[in-house]
Ligand binder design. Structure first.
Ligand code: MTE
Ligand code: MO
Length: 249
């Protein structure tokens, strides 16, 4: 599995982000992250056939005329509303937890990183599907910039919205985190990500059902275990209604 090459990290606009980080090219944490992911992928492939496979990608002719919104469409959080009012200029994606370098990435910094565009089908557990074109940065690239610590096993996505005061969150393991189609999307159908679909940033984890695709991202946290996060089951719906944590399709 090819992840982020050191060359990618060192060249172009990605290099700007790393201006403050010395010797990234020989950083043991980056090397370790790549080794860890490859080792995991290898072991997992032997256990669960297909976790590495790509989700089908479609053509522009297959796009749904409207990509509907589901769940929360407008966070009530005053913090999110303040950020939205100024076009998310002051929003930063925080990346923390079991990382070597905490990050706080602006929209501009995320957009300056190499991007990926993919047309995929979203399947909601409630029984509807839609095909949309998503543009964003691979999560693997952001995690390589942060450098996962040795004991990191899961990535948790903390969202700005809530249901009756309980915040939405989700989590995935490192196999899905480093999957090439797992992206942090800021664009839908060639336009900035609409608010109802998760602005300023949402997760796309294409091999899993809709509820895993966390919208309205505030913070990404690397953890060793999910048991101390909220209800301990790894996601809002998992905690509240017992949905499966692994929602592979
Ligand atoms: N933060 C947050 N993420 C969320 C939800 C939500 O309510 N809040 N709903 C989930 C569900 S069930 C689905 S099907 C998709 C819907 O994404 P869409 O609004 O872009 O259609 O987002 C998922 N991610
Ligand atoms: Mo859903």
């Amino acid at each position: 599995m090819t992840l982020v090459s050191r060359r990618t990290l060192m060249t172009g606009s990605a290099g700007l982000l790393l201006a403050g980080c010395d010797r990234i090219n020989s950083s043991p944490s980056v090397t370790h992250t790549l080794d860890l992911a490859e080792g995991l992928a290898y072991r997992t492939q032997r256990l669960i056939v297909g976790r590495e496979a790509l989700a089908p990608e479609y053509g522009v002719g297959d796009l749904s005329p409207v990509f509907r919104s589901n769940g929360n469409a407008l966070p009530r959080s005053p913090i999110w509303q303040g950020l939205a009012a100024s076009g998310f200029r002051d929003w930063r994606l925080r990346v923390d937890g079991l990382v070597r370098r905490r990050l706080a990435l602006s929209h501009g910094q995320l957009r300056a990183l190499p991007r990926r565009t993919q047309i995929t089908r979203h399947d909601c557990v409630e029984g509807w599907s839609a095909i949309g074109q998503w543009t964003g940065v691979q999560l693997s690239l952001v995690l390589a910039l942060a450098g996962l610590a040795r004991d990191a096993r899961y990535i948790v996505f903390h969202c700005f919205d809530d249901f009756s005061g309980t915040p939405y969150y989700e989590s995935i393991d490192l196999v899905d985190a480093f999957h090439p189609q797992t992206i942090l999307a800021y664009g839908l159908n060639g336009k900035p990500l609409p608010i109802q679909n998760g602005a300023p940033l949402r997760l796309r984890v294409e091999r899993q059902l809709g509820y895993k695709h966390a919208k309205f991202l505030d913070r990404i946290e690397a953890v060793a275990s999910l048991k101390d996060i909220a209800g301990g089951k790894g996601g809002f719906w998992e905690d509240v209604t017992g949905y499966e944590w692994y929602a592979g399709i």
